[in-house]
Design a protein around this ligand. Structure first.
Ligand code: KG4
Ligand code: ZN
Length: 342
């Protein structure tokens, strides 16, 4: 296929995701119609270690990827020779894990003689909302909250992003994971805190809301320390109350900064993206805030918030349309950044 390939509503993209601990493949037509989305999680392999072990992740991707791609194709009901392009996460992520997906995606693109599209994993999280509502109107304010990133982004158009604010230390997901580990709530941490918090009182402990009224950057490292200090001083405190109070502090800051930023940029709505966007309280509070402010709140379904390949295929479709195919010389980049405009 030549670089000036026509990309339209019938263009079928195979997405592949192996940047961290989910092996995923999906078929998406026209940038938003999800024909299949298969995710195989490695959570159990890493649970004993309390975090993702890179070498174990790469090996598990290697074993899982071919069957997962085959399943995605079968479940889509499409023939493999109907696939128009192969999109794959090229970064950010763990280098060994990324390389498994990138090598497979390039091989399939070569074998099928279709374009390869290198996708930025963070950009793909931005596109998860478009899978459910392709008619979203710009400018949008995106709160991107994952295990490695916490960012407020003004999305002015497809591919046009301005960084409004970001964390100066821990990412929101990292704070959830560390607090869950400290409270011994289980792995992975975010969903464990979410579940525990449902049984606790969010007002039991008033944890600090760092930088609440101070610009658009975030800081979660002090909050994590204050949770630890509080529990050490009050060993009999119930972990559900601690989880609920911690979660309330994180959500308070995320929602308050997002709505202020949305007002400043005149956004039509706030979009949530990234694994932490699966958090029950964050979803509820964000929708409530958007309703109060008379703007739209776009919350992708939980399975589209956490890592998946449908978002990779969707972002790939947009990149293919705007930039054409990616050169096969492009490799995996562990610390790949979003292309921000000033
Ligand atoms: O986007 P993601 O799946 O992977 C990265 O790209 O990082 O995000 C994973 C992060 C983890 O820190 C996980 O604990 C957090 O998202 N997470 C949650 C919830 N589900 C996943 N955090 C809070 N509440 C949840 N329900
Ligand atoms: Zn992610």
């Amino acid at each position: 296929m030549s670089p000036d390939v026509v990309v339209d509503d019938s263009t079928l993209v195979l997405g592949i995701e192996t940047s961290c601990d989910e092996t995923a493949a999906a078929l998406v037509m026209g940038g938003f119609d999800v024909l299949s989305s298969v995710v195989s999680t490695q959570v159990e392999l890493h649970a004993d270690f309390g975090g993702v072990v890179p070498e174990i992740a790469s090996r598990a991707h290697l074993e899982a990827l071919n069957p997962i791609v085959a399943r995605a194709i079968v479940e889509s009901g499409a023939e493999a020779d109907r696939i128009d392009a192969v999109a794959c996460t090229v970064g950010p992520g763990l280098i060994g894990a990324l390389l498994v997906g990138v090598s497979a995606a390039k091989s399939l693109a070569l074998a099928w003689d279709v374009p390869f599209i290198g996708v930025n994993h963070m950009e793909a999280h931005l596109y998860a909302a478009f899978l459910e509502d392709p008619s979203l109107e710009f400018p949008l304010l995106v709160l991107l909250v994952s295990g490695g990133h916490t960012m407020l982004i003004e999305m002015q158009d497809h591919g046009q992003y301005r960084l409004v604010g970001q964390t100066i230390d821990d990412a929101a997901g990292e704070a959830f994971d560390k607090v869950a580990r400290f409270l011994d709530l289980g792995y992975p941490g975010g969903p464990a805190v979410d579940r525990a918090a449902m049984l606790g009182d969010p007002e039991a402990i008033r944890f600090p809301r760092a930088m609440l009224n101070d610009g658009y950057n975030f800081s979660f490292s002090g909050l994590k320390t204050s949770v630890m200090n509080y529990v050490r001083k009050h060993p009999d405190v119930g972990s559900a109350d601690v989880a609920a109070s911690f979660q309330a502090a994180v959500v308070d800051v995320l929602v308050s900064k997002a709505r202020r930023a949305a007002a400043e940029v005149g956004a039509t709505g706030i979009v949530l993206g990234g694994g932490v966007a699966a958090n029950s309280l964050l979803r509820e509070e964000m929708l409530g805030a958007c309703e109060q402010d008379g703007i739209q709140g776009f919350l992708p379904g939980r399975s589209m918030c956490t890592d998946n390949a449908a978002m990779i295929a969707a972002a790939g479709w947009h990149r293919l349309r705007s930039d054409g195919p990616t050169s096969l010389d492009v490799g995996a980049t562990p610390n790949l950044r979003l292309p921000f405009i000033d």
